[in-house]
Design a protein around this ligand. Structure first.
Ligand SMILES: [Zn+2]
Length: 250
């Protein structure tokens, strides 16, 4: 009887020990699974963060349509866009732009024509060397300070991006002057360019930020969505980037 009691107690202890072991093991495995899930969530979050692209990232990315080029952010001598096409629109000279910008410009010229507005392209893509020559000519005729306010040194021009185009019309005799803003064509561009992905890149009143005098004729392709946002903001691209650089873009 006593032996039986003793054995029973022994088994009881064994049973208790076994139960404690089970509880410990399940607690440990619960924590292990929880940690695994946490790691997985963190990994997913990290992946989402890396696919997150801001406007500032895009503006710094070579070859993006948002790429910022100005007197601070330059292009190298050998930068040539890989997808230049020659425009099939009325122009002063043969004009080339990147494919996407060219298609948008052709569409814009067509839409304007339907409203009796005849836009003329004056100049599009310019190589580093072209820009070097133009700037040197300006320096000769007006001195470096003035040349720098109305034109770009090589590597500082958006024309080298193949995303900028100078526009004119018959009334301007193909010329580029601020009075373009008073022509029917200039007014049409100021009102509609953003709907085709273009912005007036050097607006009136933004001289301190852009580094250029007002150029109602110089339009820059950035894509429709961004162009419309910039137009709505009333800011130049530099100021818009300062304010919305952290905005998410696709
Ligand atoms: Zn220009």
């Amino acid at each position: 009887m006593q032996k039986k009691d003793f054995l029973l107690k022994r088994y009881q202890w064994l049973l208790i020990g076994f139960l404690v072991l089970i509880v410990c093991l399940s607690t440990a495995s619960f924590h292990f699974i929880k940690n695994q899930e946490q790691t997985k969530t963190n990994k997913t979050k990290k992946a989402a963060a890396s696919s997150y692209t801001t406007l500032k990232d895009k503006a710094a990315q070579s070859g993006s349509v948002e790429q910022l080029v100005n007197k601070t952010y330059h292009l190298s001598r050998d930068y040539v866009p890989g997808d230049l096409v020659t425009l099939n629109v009325q122009s002063v000279r043969p004009v080339q732009l990147r494919k996407e910008a060219a298609a948008a410009l052709t569409q814009m010229f067509g839409a304007a024509a339907k409203e009796g507005i005849t836009l003329v392209a004056n100049s599009g893509y310019r190589s580093y060397e072209d820009q070097e020559k133009i700037f040197a000519q300006h320096v000769q005729t007006m001195g470096e300070a003035k040349a720098n306010a109305i034109s770009s040194k090589a590597g500082e021009s958006e024309h080298q991006l193949g995303l900028a185009v100078d526009l004119t019309c018959a009334e301007m005799s193909g010329d580029l002057q601020q009075s373009f803003e008073n022509t029917a064509e200039g007014k049409w561009i100021a009102a509609h360019a953003q709907d085709y992905g273009y912005i007036i890149r050097f607006p009136k009143g933004a001289e301190a930020q852009t580094g250029y005098e007002y150029e109602p004729w110089h339009v820059r392709y950035v894509g429709v969505s961004l162009a419309q946002k910039i137009k709505k903001s009333g800011l130049c691209y530099e100021a818009y980037l300062k304010k919305h650089g952290a905005d998410r873009v696709q």
